[in-house]
Design a protein around this ligand. Structure first.
Ligand code: ATP
Ligand code: MG
Length: 217
């Protein structure tokens, strides 16, 4: 079953935002999508509580139980899994990487975040997998900052996801209300970026992107 892991050793790089937005896009496309939250902070699970009955479902799992959790979800007919992981947690990131068909690494295009990519790249090498860096929170008109960051990621042997997320209020405003950007602000750039990411991701994991439904219920 297509499984996407969201990993980054850096706190606050946008893992949970990315996991919740990507999984919700899957749900809107009519795919039975579940977020597996392996972070003891359980931020994605809290977001799902605020969200109420709307999809995607979010389940929590300690990293050591991730394989079993995925096995159980697979038997339940789940079509897509998005794993959210904690920062500064090697074991959790490693388990998620091992389980994944696609690994996304959100990173802000700034020095401290780029430094943290080194640890993630080393871990990928150890696990024998490749990962795509999704540049997140990219300021407007920061072309040089962006290309420098992408070059640094490439130097580390990481691929670059062709979709990036700008620094957009719609991401944090929506998350706090248990929503995603396209629900509060359907015409926002943030909503557009998530749509593009969904289409790219679906292709990467061999799914059809599907037609967008009106609600995620
Ligand atoms: N592209 C963006 N534009 C604006 N705000 C963003 C963007 N991405 C994330 N944020 C905000 O940045 C903060 C951190 O994001 P998030 O919680 O997703 O990061 P995280 O990597 O999951 O953090 P942690 O490592 O603590 O789990 C949140 O307030 C979120 O709303
Ligand atoms: Mg998080």
């Amino acid at each position: 079953m297509p499984t996407v892991a969201i990993v980054s050793q850096k706190g606050g790089s946008g893992k949970t935002t990315l996991a919740c937005h990507l999984a919700t896009a899957g749900a809107y496309a009519g795919k039975k999508t579940v977020v597996v939250d392996t972070d003891p902070q359980a931020t994605a699970a809290a977001w799902a509580d605020w969200r109420g009955d709307y999809l995607p479902e979010v389940v929590t799992s300690p990293p050591a139980r991730l394989g079993k959790t995925i096995e159980k979800l697979s038997k339940q007919g789940v079509e897509l899994i998005v794993i959210d992981t904690p920062p500064h947690a090697d074991a959790a990131a490693r388990e998620a990487m091992k389980a994944a068909d696609l690994i996304l690494i959100p990173s802000r295009p700034r020095a401290f975040d780029l430094h943290a990519l080194e640890a993630t790249a080393e871990m990928l090498e150890f696990v024998g997998k490749s990962g795509h860096v999704l540049m997140n929170g990219v300021p407007a008109r920061a072309t040089k900052m962006l290309t420098d960051a992408q070059d640094k990621a490439k130097e580390l042997g990481l691929a670059i996801c062709p979709v990036l997320f700008g620094e957009r209020a719609a991401f944090h405003k929506s998350s706090g209300g248990g929503e995603v950007a396209s629900e509060g602000e359907p015409d926002s750039k943030a909503a557009e970026e998530v749509d593009a990411l969904w289409k790219w991701t679906a292709k990467q994991v061999g799914m059809t992107p599907g037609k967008k439904r009106k609600t995620a219920k």
